[in-house]
Design a protein around this ligand. Structure first.
Ligand code: IMP
Ligand code: MG
Length: 174
């Protein structure tokens, strides 16, 4: 079986959109205690670019999650493999996700963080696949809406491969 990598969103288009999101976030978080929460592993590339597009003081935290599931589907059972390094009480949390697919991961994280009494919690996702929604979640900042295809690159993986592709691509088997 051969695999073909087909570009869906180019490096240039991603960079342009990330700059726009960064400017929008900077405008809305002035004077606040912004903490970006990078959801590992998929969001590491997006968070690195987004953080540099937000011209404000901020903290950056990393959260390790593992969703139990087989292959390309999620079960919705989210296990925290690495927690935040500090409390978030009184802070303005922006959860940075690579993709919102079923919505189960972000719904779980919103519930978890609310118990820690931050001042505010919002969400930022590079991609959204509305066709697969199982639970509605607020997406405050969104890069792109995509069709129901499994995508890789720019941090996203397929069995841990392709995270280093600079574009968002679709893997076609044939
Ligand atoms: P959820 O279904 O919204 O809970 O998404 C769970 C996680 O599955 C995302 O954060 C991604 O890490 C991963 N995921 C969902 N769709 C894709 C995809 O198309 N490519 C790569 N990873 C995906
Ligand atoms: Mg993810």
């Amino acid at each position: 079986m051969t695999q073909r990598i087909v570009t869906l969103i180019s490096e240039t288009d991603i960079a342009k959109r990330v700059k726009e999101l960064g400017a929008q976030i900077a405008g809305e978080y002035k004077g606040k205690n912004l903490v970006l929460v990078c959801v590992l592993k998929g969001s590491f590339v997006f968070t690195a670019d987004l953080a540099r597009a937000i011209d404000l003081p901020m903290r950056i935290e990393f959260l390790g999650v593992r969703s139990y599931g087989e292959g390309t589907s999620t079960s919705g059972v989210v296990q925290i493999t690495q927690d935040l390094s500090r409390p978030i009480e009184g802070e303005d949390i922006l959860i940075v996700e690579d993709i919102i697919d079923t919505g189960l991961t972000i719904a779980h994280l919103l519930d978890l963080f609310r118990t820690r009494h931050p001042n505010s919690i919002k969400t930022c996702a590079l991609l959204h696949k509305p066709a697969r929604t199982r639970i509605q979640v607020p997406i405050d900042y969104l890069g792109f809406t995509i069709e129901d295809a499994f995508v890789v690159g720019y941090g996203l993986d397929w069995a841990e491969k392709y995270r280093n592709l600079p574009s968002i691509s679709v893997v076609e088997s044939g």
